[in-house]
Write a protein that binds this ligand. Structure first.
Ligand SMILES: C[S@@+](CC[C@H](N)C(=O)[O-])C[C@H]1O[C@@H](n2cnc3c(N)ncnc32)[C@H](O)[C@@H]1O
Length: 241
């Protein structure tokens, strides 16, 4: 195995150990109110009904999966990181119609045509273009023809979100070492933002990626009532036969 994925995995496990839930989910800037608004927005977009089977790929601490549980016949909370599966388990264990599955969105351990909804929220930035395509291909495979995927995020392609965090940290840094850490972080994000395939895609390019996996993408417009100020980019992916 190459070095990069191993580093990424341990970084994810490190996030999973963070006590602050929003920080563990790498939404360090947002308030509980904003988090609740994201949840409401996602639930609305999924249009859940009691007979559905839902997969959340990349469930993190299980915030969204636990909001979905109880509204549908079955929700599977999947995450590549063991630590995140544990945190999701803490929320979902014992709840009827909910299970946890440590799984990689790029290669899912489910049969064809078994889910009515697949949710991928705030995960695209972890996948390079090839990996994102692989995940979309998997979603197409496991979705029933009448189902759909919802892919969303709270980040923008130029990573202003992370940049803002680092810049804020820079102002707060108490020591030279801390300050240097934030300077390095800002420069890293600046370099990463120039790397195609990481973070988000332009709407046109995103549509083409979805098409190549057998979906038609409907890009959802931003809702003014959502208090989260950072640029968002949400899409419903309809399977095309
Ligand atoms: C920012 S968190 C989002 C958590 C959750 N979806 C939410 O919005 O609250 C991203 C999650 O994606 C997971 N992840 C990253 N790459 C993944 C992959 N290839 N397959 C499954 N999960 C992945 C990470 O472990 C992390 O828990």
């Amino acid at each position: 195995m190459s070095r990069a994925p191993v580093d990424r995995q341990s970084r994810l496990e490190e996030f999973a150990r963070r006590p602050n839930e929003q920080e563990a989910n790498q939404r360090g800037l947002i308030t509980d109110l904003e988090s609740a608004a994201i949840e409401a927005h996602v639930l609305k977009a999924l249009n859940l009904t009691p007979e559905l089977r839902v997969l959340e790929a990349g469930c993190g601490t299980g915030l969204l999966a636990s909001a979905i549980a109880g509204r549908v016949a079955h929700v599977v909370a999947g995450d590549i990181a063991f630590g995140f599966c544990q945190r999701a388990r803490d929320k979902l264990e014992g709840r009827p119609g909910a299970s946890i599955c440590q799984s990689d969105a790029r290669c899912l351990p489910f049969a064809d045509n078994v889910f009515d909804r697949v949710l991928l929220y705030s995960v695209v930035l972890y996948l390079n273009e090839r990996e994102f395509k692989a995940a979309l291909g998997e979603f197409r495979r496991i979705l029933r023809p009448t189902g759909w995927a919802f892919v969303g995020d709270v980040c923008n392609p130029y990573r202003y979100y992370h940049l803002c965090r680092s810049i804020r940290g820079l102002g707060r840094a108490a020591s030279a070492a801390e300050w240097l850490k934030y300077v390095l972080r800002v420069s890293t994000y600046y370099v990463l933002s120039a790397s195609p395939g990481h973070g988000w895609y332009t709407p046109g390019y995103f549509r083409r990626l979805a098409e190549s996996a057998g979906f038609e993408a409907e890009i959802l417009s931003q809702e003014p009532d959502m208090p989260y100020q950072v640029w968002r980019y949400d899409a419903v992916l309809w399977p095309v036969s």
